[in-house]
Design a protein around this ligand. Structure first.
Ligand SMILES: [Zn+2]
Length: 126
């Protein structure tokens, strides 16, 4: 079971929101976004964005939607003043962003001599 999270602004619980479909305050969509995404994923098998996400990076679509989720969770964590969680999320976001910039087609950087650019070191976590 998911923990019963509630909006930090108006105190509405996700279950109430889901049952009534009513928002207690304009923040609720943000507050419950993670839960909503999970809910939608469970129902439809995938979460669809209505054209809001630019489609220029089809290969990294998954990474992108994960990034979006992580950023929302980060916002929520900061909002809750859960800085430990926020730090973890930030690290994960950085990691994903790096992966994205590496896999982005067409903008692959040439390994500049003398810079760490393309060199892969075994066993060393970057
Ligand atoms: Zn609210």
């Amino acid at each position: 079971m998911l923990p019963q999270r509630e909006c930090s602004q108006c105190g509405i619980k996700f279950a109430e929101f889901r049952n009534t479909g009513r928002l207690g305050c304009p923040l609720d969509y943000q507050e419950f976004r993670g839960e909503l995404m999970t809910l939608l994923e469970n129902i439809h098998g995938e979460t669809r964005h209505c054209g809001k996400t630019p489609r220029r990076l089809p290969l990294s679509k998954l990474t992108q939607s994960e990034l979006i989720q992580l950023r929302n969770r980060l916002k929520q964590a900061v909002h809750r003043e859960d800085y430990e969680e926020a730090a973890k999320l930030r690290d994960r976001i950085k990691q994903l962003e790096r992966e994205l910039s590496r896999t982005r087609p067409g903008t692959r950087r040439r390994a500049a001599p003398g810079r760490e650019g393309h060199v892969r070191r075994r066993g060393t976590a970057a």
